[in-house]
Design a protein around this ligand. Sequence first.
Ligand SMILES: Cc1cc2nc3c(=O)[nH]c(=O)nc-3n(C[C@H](O)[C@H](O)[C@H](O)COP(=O)(O)O)c2cc1C
Length: 187
Amino acid sequence: MDSLPPWRPLLRAALQREGRSSSSRWLQLATVASDGTPRVRSLVFRGWSAPAVLDLFTDGRSEKASELRHLPAAEICWLLPRARSQFRLRSRRCQPPSAELLKQRQHHWQNLTPSARALWGWPEPGIPLELQAAFPQELDDTTPMPSHFELLSFEVHQVELLELGGQPHQRRRWCSSGSWSEELLNP
Ligand SMILES: Cc1cc2nc3c(=O)[nH]c(=O)nc-3n(C[C@H](O)[C@H](O)[C@H](O)COP(=O)(O)O)c2cc1C
């Protein structure tokens, strides 16, 4: 396995400072809609599938999923308040070969809790509310994975870290094209 890019231990340390708070896994994903205007929303961080590949889950019927099919570029903003740190990850959606992707999706689907899985049993997101539709509270381990359980993997190619801990603030950048060497920037 490749070695970790230098920003990964910094991100891990900032995450550790958040303790057990579930909100430390919330990040913001920005995409570009087909009319060229920006969209942003919060998602739960699900893990790393490679040193610089970050995984998220979504509903394949959602707008973000179609935006990413249209334009795979995305920026992820991750604020870790205890460390007073903001990480901005410039990324591109990537997909492994289909057999491998299916294996990864199955693995993640099985590992979700029944209540987390339930969201993929709800009707299509973003269309007018269907009160008569079923909104299950849980989907048990035997529920087959729906085709709209989507794994979003992002290959990170640039990271910017802003730390507000001291004066002046510290701002640094790493680019994969520069072998992840660190550049110091004015805050
Ligand atoms: C704290 C928090 C965590 C969320 N986590 C996810 C998530 O992991 N995946 C997801 O698709 N939506 C998640 N959502 C909902 C999204 O923010 C968004 O409302 C939804 O996915 C529809 O987005 P879209 O219409 O831009 O596709 C989360 C919302 C909040 C407030």
